[in-house]
Design a protein. Structure first.
Length: 232
């Protein structure tokens, strides 16, 4: 009788272990299949990010409503064509990476916030390294130049891509970008990220007292702030 009960409990334990293992496998499989992809009919924060970026860069003229409709599909195709990607109108991993979007529709809004914070932090580093001691509007303008380059088809499509583009900023080459930014640079980065552009659309800036390139003087001037000349 006792032996029969022991065998019964053993059988129950074995069944439970099998069920738990099956559930674990399903969970792993589901996680591995999660892919950052938005397409026609998708809704949510990721779609809103796609629309905001494409609108800012001039690819999209519809409303930023978080609904992946025909206009969004066409805008994504336009972006893909300009960036050498497969023109399928689907914002898959490669397209999202080119847009500088790392979160997917399955991620929480906190993931998006974390990504934005990382961009703003990097922006504050380049502002501090390149423009510390400049007037506040001049510091924001340096950040705005980075943002304007992100929007331009002539430069990489992410803040990190623009900042670390080879030869783009002296502060990256000489390591000053690794200096800790102060509170002013952090605030300037936030303002530039939010859209304030004291540079008036500039994609270049230089200090006329130290510039050695004759080419930079040929660029159309937009504004002078502090020691920097901003130009297109």
């Amino acid at each position: 009788m006792i032996k029969r009960k022991i065998n019964k409990y053993k059988n129950i334990i074995i069944v439970l272990m099998i069920l738990l293992s099956f559930g674990f496998i399903l969970g792993v499989s589901a996680n591995n299949n999660v892919e950052a992809t938005s397409k026609y009919g998708s809704r949510g924060e990721e779609v809103r990010q796609i629309q905001e970026k494409l609108k800012r860069w001039g690819y999209y003229d519809g409303s930023v409503d978080g609904i992946y409709g025909t206009k969004t599909v066409n805008a994504v195709k336009y972006f893909q064509r300009k960036n050498g990607l497969t023109q399928d109108g689907i914002a898959g991993p490669a397209t999202l990476k080119a847009m500088g979007i790392t979160s997917s529709s399955n991620n929480t809004s906190s993931s998006s916030t974390g990504s934005n914070s990382s961009d703003i932090n990097l922006l504050s580093h380049i502002i501090y390294a390149e423009a510390r001691g400049e007037p506040y509007s001049g510091q924001v303008a340096v950040g705005a130049v980075v943002m304007n380059r992100v929007k331009s088809s002539s430069f990489p499509n992410s803040i990190a891509g623009v900042i670390y583009q080879r030869g783009a900023f002296d502060a990256v080459s000489d390591g000053q970008i690794n200096m800790a930014p102060d509170a002013t640079a952090k605030k300037a980065a936030q303002d530039a990220y939010n859209g304030w552009d004291p540079s008036y659309g500039a994609i270049y800036y230089f200090n006329p007292n130290t510039a050695t390139s004759k080419w930079i003087w040929s660029r159309p001037l937009t504004v002078v702030i502090g020691k920097h000349r901003f130009c297109k």
